[in-house]
Design a protein around this ligand. Structure first.
Ligand code: NAD
Length: 338
């Protein structure tokens, strides 16, 4: 029986990288029936700024999604559908492994970087609760609850143990936001006590940013609220070669949606030059989630082999290949990976 997976290509470079990821997954031989659903700026505007119910229904039915990015208008327009989707499907954990790929000539090529970001995915300033009190005075509500903070902390520590990790660092700004980030931190501390084998540390987000740039090798597992997780993810992507590379998973109790860290990259959309590695590596996480460990391992090996050879890399990582040429190389490498 094939698996059924909701495929949400998104917009911008989304359809290009989604097509590439589908080819890479199919090359592993795992049978997947793709339930394709459209989620683009146009579709959202046509449905009054809401996520169409068909998208929610699809993931609710299949329980697994592979998603490209979706454009959100800046300083106006509809609310982020990415945020809405995560909230409606209760995808409370955003997990982003950041690792160096072989052969890449990044600034940190001689540094061992292998960290995982666990970002709370449903609240914080992303609640979208904004209000103009009087003209030119605006408030944005930062919502932090014990329920969500404890849940992400529990998930993070449980995963850290499962993956044999050594250290969890909670990132916060509780020196300033004593109540909200203070609560987040209290929850992290309480859960940390249940995991004595894991070293537990705390860092204020500004210091954490500096430490990540200065000595990224000291980090293992990072736990943080939504906004810091968003920003630190892009920073961490920059350490290993950019947004074209870093994958992600949105995990809930019942559903999981796999998507890259990057957005819709309007500056390069439609040119056939986007790097599909991030969504391909997100597909590796999806295959692991489906317990297709062998296929996941072979696809990851194929991606790494393509990087190690370095002949068919995309522009963003110093190559000259198109999305399609890179994908051809990965698909070819899957065929010979054991
Ligand atoms: P972005 O991640 O789209 O792009 C930032 C930079 O990285 C650009 O120069 C882009 O060309 C480059 N880049 C990103 N992905 C790449 C890839 N796969 N290959 C090569 N280069 C790549 O961030 P942005 O420009 O700030 O945001 C654009 C839009 O995406 C916004 O509307 C934003 O809201 C949306 N967004 C969506 C998601 C999502 O759907 N999950 C996530 C982040 C941003």
């Amino acid at each position: 029986m094939p698996y059924t997976v909701s495929l949400i290509p998104g917009d911008g470079i989304g359809p290009e990288v989604a097509e590439a990821a589908v080819r890479a997954v199919e090359a592993t031989g795992v049978l997947i029936k793709w339930d394709r659903v459209e989620l683009t700026r146009k579709v959202i505007e046509a449905s009054g700024g809401e996520v169409p119910q068909s998208v929610i229904d699809s993931v609710a039915r299949t329980h697994v999604g592979l998603k490209g990015p979706v454009t959100t208008p800046v300083a106006g327009g509809f609310q982020s559908v990415n945020v809405t989707l995560r909230k409606r499907l209760d995808l409370f954990a955003n997990v982003r492994p950041v690792r160096m790929l072989p052969g890449l000539k990044t600034r940190y090529r001689d540094t061992h970087i292998d960290l995982i970001i666990f970002r709370e995915n449903t609240e914080d300033l992303y609640a979208g609760l904004e209000h103009e009190v009087v003209k030119d005075v605006v408030t944005s509500l930062k919502v932090i609850t014990r329920k969500a903070s404890e849940r992400i902390a529990r998930y993070t520590f449980a995963q850290a143990r499962l993956l044999g990790r050594k250290k969890v660092t909670a990132v916060h700004k509780a020196n300033i936001m004593k109540l909200s980030d203070g609560l987040f931190l209290r929850c992290a501390r309480e859960v940390a006590r249940e995991y004595p084998e894991l070293e537990y540390k705390e860092l204020i987000v500004d210091n954490a940013s500096m430490q990540l740039v200065l000595r990224p090798e000291q980090f293992d597992v990072l736990l943080m609220p939504n906004l810091y997780g968003d920003i630190i993810s892009d920073l961490a992507a920059g350490l290993v070669g950019g947004l074209g590379l870093v994958p992600g998973a949105n995990i809930g109790e019942e559903h999981a949606v796999f998507e890259a860290v990057h957005g819709s990259a309007p500056d390069i959309a439609g040119k056939g030059i986007a790097n599909p590695t991030a969504l391909m590596q997100s597909s590796v996480l999806m295959l692991e989630h489906l317990r297709e460990q062998d296929a996941a391992r072979r696809l990851q090996a194929a991606i790494e082999r393509t990087y190690a050879e370095g002949k068919h890399l995309t522009l963003d990582v110093g190559g000259a290949a198109s999305t399609e040429q890179f994908t051809d190389a990965v698909v070819g490498a899957v065929a010979v990976s054991h």
